[in-house]
Design a protein around this ligand. Structure first.
Ligand SMILES: *Cc1c(COP(=O)(O)O)cnc(C)c1O
Length: 401
């Protein structure tokens, strides 16, 4: 029997369904009690003071870049190994995207490259940095905070892949991704392939009260009904639009699903880590390169990434068995839109080399052990067939591990 295993998928329980139905039967489909409850519970989960729920991860990025007063024409640094949204949000604010190459050992931005970029630029050239906790490997935001302070920059962590991740800082303290201790804002997505599914949804967390207020204002047209923030007050109907904002709200239907999903977040993380451990152990003898985070890091495993010499052949082989692996990501700077802005293939050698070899194996909490065993067997089969046909290929495969 042919398998049908995607690289990632949501899990909806009876409890999730009941939570959504309860909202459908209530007075509020949007902007009712579920929004504030989801924000509070999510803030508690990541250990931040404030959370703002928005319509998706992309609008979360846009609002954060906007609320941090990014100057048009200024430059913002991000990684080419991410979803296009991490860069596009900079363009929405008429700022310039500066891609910087990755560290091949972590697949995250290489902070040494960024230091060099900043050192050689006149003050005020750059507005901020958007590091991405790619695949669930948490960025060391403490190191970025030092750099940001030195150069007067804001910091937005794109943690769409990393709810529940953490790292140990230089003071020996555990820092949960999104806790607001180092980043000005951290953003999350609740698209169904991410850890927590709302259908569509996003969240911004911060410890900065002023920023929190600004984000809330911009989320809903720049309109306030808070008497303390209004110039006049004509009666109970009165509101003021103070700035040009958006409708980036998340509704009660989505939030009630998010609240229910959040209750199982730790369980899901444990399962993701278990799956990663099994991949690590069973695939280690093959000519496969894996990421090996240090002990000080708790990876959230949104993706489990391997790098192999014969990527296309392995992709096709697994696909023929019904195992739908994926490639994350085509380097953003090579997209036609960014090429029009002057970026070229060859600009980011590490990112481009990674893209030649990277493959995301199935990784989601409801993946069964039996399915996992079948995936692993098929990968082993692929290498057995390949190596018996051609021993020189095997040498080549080895050379990238
Ligand atoms: C999913 C994702 C986004 C965008 O989130 P949406 O909710 O799909 O808008 C942004 N950045 C990264 C790294 C993502 O994985």
């Amino acid at each position: 029997m042919k398998l049908n295993i995607p690289y990632g998928r949501q899990e909806i329980t009876q409890k999730d369904i009941e939570a959504v139905v309860k909202t459908l039967q209530s007075d509020w489909l949007t902007q009712g009690p579920a929004v504030a409850e989801f924000e509070q519970k999510f803030a508690d989960y990541v250990g931040a003071q404030y959370a703002v729920a928005v319509s998706n991860g992309t609008t979360a990025l846009h609002l954060a870049v906007k609320a941090l007063n990014t100057k048009p024409k200024s430059k913002v640094i991000t990684t080419p190994i991410t979803f296009a949204a991490s860069a596009n949000c900079i363009r929405y604010c008429d700022a310039e995207v500066i891609f910087s190459d990755i560290d091949p050992d972590t697949l995250l931005l290489d902070i040494l490259n960024i230091k060099q970029l900043l050192q050689t630029a006149p003050k005020g050239t750059y507005s901020g940095i958007i590091p991405v906790s790619f695949a669930g490997y948490p960025v060391d935001m403490e190191a970025y905070r030092d750099l940001a302070n030195e150069h007067d920059l804001w910091l937005i962590e794109d943690a769409c892949h990393a709810p529940g991740a953490s790292f140990i800082d230089t003071k020996g303290k555990l820092q949960k991704t999104g806790n607001g201790n180092y980043a000005d804002a951290t953003i999350f997505s609740f698209h169904p392939v991410k850890h927590i599914a709302c259908g569509e949804g996003g969240m911004i967390t911060t410890n900065n009260f002023e920023l929190y207020q600004k984000l809330r204002l911009l989320r809903t047209h720049g309109i306030t009904k808070d008497p303390l923030q209004m110039k006049e007050n004509h009666g109970p109907w009165y509101y003021e639009m103070k700035e040009l904002g958006y409708n980036y709200r998340l509704g009660d239907i989505a939030c009630s699903l998010g609240i229910s999903q959040l209750e199982r977040a730790e369980e899901g993380l444990d399962r993701r880590r278990e799956i990663a451990r099994i991949y690590n152990e069973t695939l280690s003898d093959l000519p496969i390169r894996m990421i090996h985070p240090p002990k000080s890091i708790d990876h959230a495993f949104h993706l489990y990434i391997i790098q192999v010499e014969e990527r296309l052949a392995l992709y096709n082989y697994l696909q023929s068995k019904g195992i739908y692996v994926q490639v994350h990501y085509i380097p953003v700077h090579t997209m036609p839109y960014y090429q029009k802005l002057g970026w070229r293939k060859g600009d980011m050698p590490h990112a481009e080399k990674y893209y030649q070899h990277g493959l995301s194996l199935p990784m989601y909490p409801s993946l069964k052990n039996q399915e996992l065993a079948q995936i692993i067997n098929h990968i082993k089969e692929f290498f057995n067939e390949n190596t018996s046909n051609n021993t020189s290929k095997r040498r080549k495969q080895k050379s990238i591990s």
